[in-house]
Design a protein around this ligand. Structure first.
Ligand code: NAD
Length: 285
């Protein structure tokens, strides 16, 4: 069994970006600038936003974190986004999800200028993914594809099963795998007899949000397993994935750990997307 080390792969992506960004002040007069907006004090969001700021630091990307109070009205947040859209010194805008209930996530996602949408969530970027036209790729699915590539796994022709059909992970990663010529089965809560499907998988991507739901008996020997889950083990309270690592790893040809698999790749891809937004916005000579 090979452990797919997302921490190490993401570190090398960030190193490459840092070297690239170091050349920007001389070439372009400034470095990319990412603004991350957090509304409220959701503990997981506090950690994610801090990690994003740290990654920016590691890559030499300028970061501004805006913290707004929980009770910020939706209209005030939308106004703030408008200002950031109009600000030429800002290349990427990210609003950390989830948002407080009184704020529509759909409205916020739509309000971010698509050319600054480093998360790749804007409807026009989503449409670009599905229509194969230029777009910003969503970070987690992009990170999963990079993990497979780094592990030497070509999805072409492989029976690939994705569990979960969220807009953020399952659905876009299924599309990316399809575009990489995998044969994709997309599973969800209404799927009947999930184990009979997962046992056919040569590549299994799990993004269901249930701690350790995929167990060894659901996986065939030689399967490549990508665990997107970020859950709490109900027994120990520790961070764990959607895959029961102890029973699945011995059967897998390769597997991502949690933590240290998909998570760090998401942030590395966010850094890549920020640099991409910066480069695309440069005036054409
Ligand atoms: P979500 O709740 O939006 O979607 C979960 C999907 O899983 C749904 O489509 C649902 O139909 C499916 N599902 C749930 N239970 C199932 C079951 N028993 N059988 C079959 N399908 C089932 O979640 P999400 O935002 O896609 O996140 C999924 C997991 O990935 C969570 O643990 C989340 O924390 C994690 N996540 C990690 C990263 C990262 O960077 N590592 C990024 C995003 C999400």
């Amino acid at each position: 069994m090979k452990l797919i080390d997302g921490k190490q792969i993401s570190a090398s992506i960030k190193e490459r970006l840092a070297a690239q960004v170091a050349t920007f002040p001389e070439k372009y007069g400034r470095v990319p600038h990412l603004v991350v907006v957090r509304v409220g004090e959701d503990p997981a969001s506090v950690v994610y936003v801090r990690n994003k700021a740290r990654a920016c630091e590691a890559c030499g990307i300028r970061n501004t974190t805006l913290v707004l109070p929980e009770e910020t009205p939706e209209a005030a947040l939308l106004d703030r986004i408008k200002e950031l859209n109009a600000d030429n010194s800002v290349d990427g805008v990210l609003v950390q999800l989830p948002l407080p209930r009184h704020i529509s996530e759909a409205k916020v996602i739509e309000a971010i200028d698509r050319s600054k949408d480093v998360d790749g969530f804007h409807p026009l970027n989503v449409a670009g993914l599905w229509q194969k036209t230029p777009h910003m790729s969503p970070c987690t699915p992009k990170g999963i594809m990079k993990l497979l590539e780094a592990a030497g796994v070509d999805p072409k022709g492989k029976r690939t099963v994705v569990i979960g059909r969220s807009n953020i992970v399952g659905l876009p990663v299924a599309k990316m795998l399809l575009d990489a010529n995998a044969t994709v089965t997309l599973c969800h809560t209404r799927t009947v007899d999930l184990p009979s499907i997962t046992r056919q998988a040569e590549i299994l991507v799990v993004a269901a949000g249930h701690a350790k739901m995929v167990t060894g008996d659901m996986v065939s020997p030689g399967c490549v397993v990508i665990d997107v889950g970020m859950d709490r083990d109900p027994e120990t309270g520790k961070l764990c994935g959607d895959v029961d690592f102890d029973s699945v790893a011995p059967k897998a040809a390769a597997i991502t750990p949690v933590p240290g698999g998909v998570g760090p790749m998401t942030i590395a891809c966010l850094m890549e997307n920020t640099v991409e937004c910066f480069l695309k916005a440069l005036p054409t000579p």
